[in-house]
Design a protein around this ligand. Structure first.
Ligand SMILES: Cc1cc2nc3c(=O)[nH]c(=O)nc-3n(C[C@H](O)[C@H](O)[C@H](O)COP(=O)(O)OP(=O)(O)OC[C@H]3O[C@@H](n4cnc5c(N)ncnc54)[C@H](O)[C@@H]3O)c2cc1C
Length: 404
């Protein structure tokens, strides 16, 4: 199918470019505007869940994502003060539910680069870097954007605009859509090291440590050269300055307190992030649709934000194809908001809030009850599978099909 309705996309992050690829494959011409002059490679998302791997397979990206990432079948919950293993979850229990009973730890900049490479050779697709969407003029049947790019400000016209321009979305603000929710007072610090926590400490590729004083997450990613990097995520103290958190002394102390070793850690990256739980009041206004972090943000515990954004992008392509190709009416566009917004609240906001509470819980009795529940869930195959269906977003995909 060839459709003459050009879709403009603000934001060349992973959601914008995956949405663009899904649209191109349905016959839409697309233009992506990315404010930066390169793909952002700061350490953010890596964990790609089974339901998302299914979508990436449909887009023809799965072999490369698996090749450039690390496959992780299990993840573990631990009690940080004692080091005890509380529960291990094994995606193998999803073998009847998915072609991909594992997660792939693939850094988000690799996914974005893969999608951009495909777009470069796709007829009708344009990707502009150093192109910041600065203004939106949405009328009936068309959208115009003002873009600041080398050579000055230019106007582009399309039939639709997707705001995939991240948490501070210019598109969302231009439309006056509220971003409801809250921001955590503490920030999240991500420290990346080559120290091999698998051979030295026996950890798997995804580990969640509960601690009333300072919770932690520990993940392995492949790194750009494939030699392996470990990312450790901690909350900062509320009163801690950026300098204290990111300075050599603070970074070494934090890691040594957690995993003491005689020599200092070699630190590859140190990054601080604000974390929020927010959802846009609507994901659609006329011919402008929001996707990814522009529509919803959440804390990263559980690795769900980008996954959900990719689901948004693929759903958007389906809805726009339905609207343009088969002549279904406005309801087809409303369905995007009707599905994606409640699913984000039910599966992403609620799980990430719950995950953070579980890791930072201070009350000893509640901690013990949480651990008992995790142990009991992991020990019962039916509950273990239910837990994974929800955590891997397979249940969210099944629920989407019931929302019409
Ligand atoms: C520490 C950390 C770990 C995480 N881990 C995971 C994980 O394991 N799994 C997971 O699913 N999620 C994870 N996330 C969340 C994930 O990083 C985000 O959900 C993801 O980046 C969202 O992608 P996006 O394309 O919507 O937005 P972004 O990645 O923010 O991309 C938006 C793009 O738009 C561009 N832009 C902004 N304004 C404009 C404009 N006006 N015009 C044009 N371009 C513009 C920006 O330059 C940027 O390139 C993590 C987040 C953090 C902070």
């Amino acid at each position: 199918m060839t459709i003459n309705e050009r879709v403009l996309i603000a934001g060349g992050g992973p959601v914008g470019v995956v949405a663009a690829l899904a649209l191109v494959q349905r016959g839409f011409p697309v233009t992506v505007f990315e404010a930066d002059d390169h793909v952002n490679d700061a350490p953010r998302a890596a964990t790609t869940h089974p339901a998302t791997l299914e979508l990436l397979a449909d887009l023809g990206l799965i072999e490369e994502v698996i090749r450039q990432g690390l496959t992780a079948r299990t993840f573990q919950f631990r009690d940080r003060p004692s080091g005890a293993l509380i529960a291990e979850f094994d995606h193998e229990l999803l073998r009847q539910d998915t072609r991909f009973p594992f997660v792939v730890q693939c850094e988000q900049h690799k996914l974005a680069r893969l999608a951009i490479a495909r777009l470069r050779s796709a007829p009708g697709a344009e990707v502009h870097f150093s192109a910041r969407v600065a203004g939106v003029d949405a009328g009936p049947g068309r959208v115009e954007v003002a873009v600041e790019m080398p050579g000055g400000r230019k106007k582009f016209r399309g039939a639709f605009l997707i705001g995939a321009d991240g948490g501070r979305s210019t598109v969302r603000k231009a439309l006056g859509i509220r971003f409801e929710g809250y921001t955590f007072p503490e920030r999240f610090i991500v420290l990346t090291t080559r120290f091999d926590f698998e051979s030295e400490r026996g950890y798997c590729y995804r580990n969640y440590f509960s601690d009333p004083d300072e919770w932690a997450n520990l993940f392995k990613v492949a790194g750009d050269d494939g030699s392996g990097l470990w990312r450790v995520v901690f909350p900062t103290r509320k009163e801690e300055s950026d300098g204290e958190a990111l300075g050599d002394g603070g970074v070494q102390q934090r890691l040594q307190r957690f995993f003491p070793k005689p020599a200092p850690y070699d630190i590859v990256h140190r990054n601080l992030y604000k974390a929020h739980q927010r959802v846009a009041a609507t994901f659609r206004k006329g011919r402008v649709l929001l996707a990814g972090d522009a529509a919803h943000v959440n804390n990263p515990i559980g690795g769900l934000g980008l996954n959900c954004g990719i689901h948004d992008g693929v759903e958007l392509a389906q809805r726009l194809a339905g609207f343009c190709g088969s002549g279904s009416g406005e309801d087809e566009l409303d369905l995007y908001d009707r599905r994606r917004r409640p699913l984000n609240i039910e599966f992403v906001q609620s799980q990430t809030v719950g995950n953070k509470k579980r890791l930072e819980e201070k009350d000893p009795a509640v901690r013990a009850a949480n651990f008992d529940q995790l142990r009991a869930t992991a020990a019962d195959p039916a509950r273990h599978r239910e837990f994974l269906l929800r955590a891997s977003l397979i249940e969210s995909v099944r629920r989407a099909a019931l929302i019409s």
